[in-house]
Design a protein around this ligand. Sequence first.
Ligand code: ZN
Length: 203
Amino acid sequence: MKIICLARNYVAHARELNNPLPEKPLFFMKHENSIVRGNKPFYYPDFSTDIHYELELVLKISKVGKNIEKKFADRYYDEIGLGIDFTARDLQTEARKNGAPWEIAKAFDNSAPLSDFLPVSDFKDISSLAFQLDINGKRVQEGESGLMIFPVEVQIAYISRFITLKTGDLIFTGTPAGVGPVKIGDHLEAYLEGKKMLDFYVK
Ligand code: ZN
């Protein structure tokens, strides 16, 4: 399986990092060994001093698709969850400055803590899902899927022009505003439509 992650998919987040708004979806990839499940702790890596949290809605692909049409995109995912796109912002800033790829900043081991998934049928409307992140009991991010620059169906259509989507692949759909650093000892709790989905510590 593979993990495809949207970048700059919310206006307020692109602005907070002084990035231009993308004209087309912009994505990068993580890997199977990025995943942390079961609310296990995130161990702060030794190669960065500026790891940031990014809470994101995550889609799980339910069947193989290539060149998927926007109007059929909802047939290709059947579960939704939450994930953290941990980012070594110091390494990313350096990579961007040099025009280099982002992999070491984004795709390192354990960079993608992942919740359990819920069936899409549990939700009335995928285009208006609310999700939030609390750190040490304080709200730091509030997301709303309706504010995505490129909605889910556009992401699936665009990505699948280049990369065949396969059962079990994950799409991280981008982070809303409010990203910031974590430190050892922090307690992260994330909610989707009021349901607690993630609850873990940074160690
Ligand atoms: Zn992200």
